[in-house]
Design a protein around this ligand. Sequence first.
Ligand code: GLC
Length: 450
Amino acid sequence: MDDKQPVDETVIDIRTVCQKVLEDNWRTTHTIPAENLYPHQWLWDSCFIAIGLRHVDVAKAQQEIRSLLRGQWSNGMLPHMIFADEGPASKDRRIWQAWRNPHAPDDINTSGMTQPPMLAEAVIKIGEKLSEPEKRKWYQDMYPSLLSHHEWLYRERDPHNEGLVSLIHPWESGLDNSPPWINQLHMHSRSWWITVVEKLKLDRLILLVRRDTHHVPPGQRLNSIDALLYYTVLQRLRRKNWDTEAILERSHFMIEDLAFNSILLRANKYLQDIAQIAGKTLPEEMIENVNKSELAIEKLWDGYHKQYFSRSFITHKLIKEPSIGALLPLYAGVISKERAEELVDMLHDKKLFDTPYPIASVPLESSYYKELGYWQGPSWINTNWLIADGLERYGFKDEAATIANQSIAMVQKNGSYEYFSAKNGDPAGAKNFSWTAALIIDFIETSSSN
Ligand code: GLC
């Protein structure tokens, strides 16, 4: 990561290109991630989008977030998708049947699972663009939904009060096919008939019904066996009517995901800031959970490998398959400076994450690494943004600037793609991808105003 590129005037053109992507992907009340491939509203996408959109039109950024909250369940769960209510894609809701759960909203069709809790960060970042009275009002408006979301996470997903929340499907992690998930999926969720499908090479037929591989080369997506496994997990959750208690009764497959818990730790900090400015007092139980989580992340540290890992909720064993999640405790901000230095060493290690275009989603030496293999190799702008943010707060300013500048360089060279080769910056996945555009705008704005 030593070939740093300074931000120059041409960034102004990229800003225009990125703004246009966001305009084109706007659909009445919110922004879709990308035309065709992602026609619905996604939870963490909209949060990243709002973080960029606030520099263009703060009212629209607020609208993006309000639109997300339409889907919130009465128990506080924030679903990872709100389905488009028109067009052929509106049929996708039938796969989920989230309406089987009594907490799902009556008038909005959503998925039955969540995604990383980026909402507090988006709310805070929008607040930074408002006058003091407007900010207070904005935080007061957002606080009840935010609090009930965090309360739901602890109540339903941390049933043993460990301070770590568990996920029930890889899609909840937002890093769909990252190695710890694929490892556990094959270990615990593989029925005999999937082996038959694989042996008879019937997985090729699955390509015919997949939407993603019609828009993106199959080699850049999840392989069909893994996609089938995801679907079988979804079916199981649907049979349990998306009810966490019922799911927990006989689950072999729940993960205390490192990236998700790191994001939650940061979100907890912002929840406290929002409560304070809004003039609210956090419930005692919530404060206890926040404090517990700050200590609990150390249960995920492995002294031998000198890094954090995700952990199985069922066996309590660390899943020693590194991914981009390894660097996300930097974003959490609660680990010691010594631990942060260990993670920065990984960033500078040529066998791990030191690539010309940061940051590979899987360390180069991992057996899972594939240059353009979705969450198994390429560089993604959202994880770059999160890690740069953490590095900045720990005082690793040069590393943070390199990530921001190289992210801008990738988009400048190729456009606002979903992900990029960490080796040469080549684009992959969906084109005109919204969170890439939004976070590049944020990188440009925040580095020029510093
Ligand atoms: C993919 C990504 C997920 C994202 C969604 C919509 O599933 O893995 O993180 O939210 O697409 O962009």
